[in-house]
Design a protein around this ligand. Structure first.
Ligand code: GDP
Ligand code: MG
Length: 417
């Protein structure tokens, strides 16, 4: 989602700019008359301020839209856009006469739209994706509308991070909390109020969430490492990467156990890596067979246990899997999550697992996204420790212990969106 603020002389000007910047599917979230220049806001030139958004992060080729279209309807290019136009049109109509607040993106915006303006009931029967996008948009409008009435919520050098952190899909209420913390320090300390100091204040807030004492990676005395998580996130591939490191770099004797017997291909996949690395593999079909598997692998320094990715939104599968996990001190359980998943799903899965023992979280597919906010969301919501991040399909190289400082740099980098 991209949101932009425009200050223009007339609505046709705005439409033209929005089409060029945000593409034909952009929608207008709010419009307002303002005075620009002048003295204390008086005698200034009358301008129109327009806040527009698009659900796409890529600019799209502009379609020609006649300037006579109603002001909320930038285009009818997609089902999403047209539904949002409808919803936003109501919001704008209902709130146009109300006083103005200043919030996110430094843009003056109207107070929260009344219930009638909520979009979801208007599009019953449309697919889930559509609902999801509209929900995001609703949250955005609500967030824009919840600003404080007397000026920007944060000092300027802090405020600019709001957009960046939201772009990374850090939860809006968490962004607010982080920036409030950063702003408090920025204002209370005697350090010069520079951009660098502002960045440091925001950095420290993020670090407070991401950092946990203790080793992130597989410790030298780890005896069993379990990997759990949904299907297709990259558990087996990650095990191969980590096992290679243990064999090649640390000269440890490695063993594999897999309980993923739901798909023949899954066993074959691990068998292939086992052959390449010359590592014994035991396949278990039930918790009762585990003892035998451990017996077979008793001479191994470390055992990697691969598990079936199932629908872990279903609590029953979680309990079943939990019965396979060893809980002695030298074992640890890695929850594997893909950064390409929606945070809501990650949270539901982690919630189910959190009742059992999870130690660390491992994020995969960093190469497939530019939004890393779910890492922050997850570590804020759950007492897990960061471990590794993977960034590609190549075994063994595409993995590293997560470097918080580097991750924070990425989170604070302004993106061209
Ligand atoms: N782009 C990318 N693909 C990955 C990464 N890790 C795993 N994959 C791919 O994701 C797919 C599923 O991986 P797999 O290990 O079988 O997942 P599992 O079902 O959780 O065991 C495979 O095609 C992997 O090559 C990663 O970090 N980046
Ligand atoms: Mg697998």
């Amino acid at each position: 989602m991209r949101v932009k603020r425009y200050v223009v002389d007339s609505m046709p000007d705005a439409l033209q700019k929005i089409r060029a910047d945000l593409g034909k599917d952009a929608v207008i979230l709010n419009t307002k008359e303002i005075r620009s220049g002048g003295f204390l806001g008086l005698f200034g030139k009358k301008k129109i301020e327009v806040i527009a958004a698009t659900d796409s992060s890529q600019p799209q080729p502009a379609a020609s839209v006649p300037a006579s279209l109603p002001r909320q309807a930038v285009s009818a290019g997609s089902a999403f856009a047209s539904h949002m136009e409808e919803a936003v049109a109501v919001a704008a109509r209902e709130s146009s006469a109300a006083p103005v607040a200043v919030a996110a993106f430094g843009a003056p915006i109207a107070p929260p739209p009344p219930k009638a303006a909520q979009a979801a009931p208007r599009i019953r029967g449309k697919d889930e994706l559509l609902l999801d996008e509209i929900k995001q948009m609703k949250e955005m409008v609500a967030r824009l509308s919840s600003g404080q009435p007397n000026g920007p919520a944060y000092p300027e050098p802090i405020a600019k991070y709001e957009r960046t952190l939201l772009d990374h899909e850090i939860a809006p209420d968490l962004v607010e909390r982080l920036l409030q913390g950063a702003a408090e320090r920025f204002e209370s300390e005697t350090s010069p109020k520079t951009e660098e100091f502002a960045r440091e204040c925001v950095r420290d807030q993020l670090k407070g969430i991401l950092h946990a004492p203790g080793p992130k990676g597989i410790a030298a005395d780890t005896r069993i490492a379990h990997f759990v998580g949904p299907t297709g996130v990259g558990k087996t591939t990650t095990i191969a990467k980590l096992a290679a490191e243990q064999v090649l770099k640390h000269n440890r004797k490695v063993g594999f156990i897999t309980s993923d017997t739901y798909r023949i291909a899954a066993v074959e996949q691990l068998k292939t890596y086992a052959t390449i690395l010359n590592v014994p593999l035991e396949v278990v079909f039930s918790p009762q067979e585990l003892a035998r598997a451990f017996q077979q692998l008793q001479d191994r320094d470390i055992i990697f246990m691969d598990t079936a990715g199932r629908n872990f939104r279903n609590q029953m599968y979680v309990s079943e899997l939990n019965s396979l996990l060893q809980t002695n001190g030298r074992s640890e359980t890695y929850l594997v999550l893909s950064l390409t998943s929606k945070y809501k799903d990650m949270k539901a899965i982690t919630d189910n697992f959190a009742k059992f023992r999870l130690d660390k979280v491992l994020f995969t597919k960093m190469d497939e996204t530019q939004s890393y906010g779910s890492i922050v969301n997850l570590l804020y919501d759950f007492p897990l420790r960061l471990s590794y991040t993977t960034n590609g399909q190549n075994v063994p190289e595409d993995i590293a212990v997560t470097n918080e400082d580097r991750l924070i740099d990425l989170l604070l980098e302004e993106r061209d969106s």
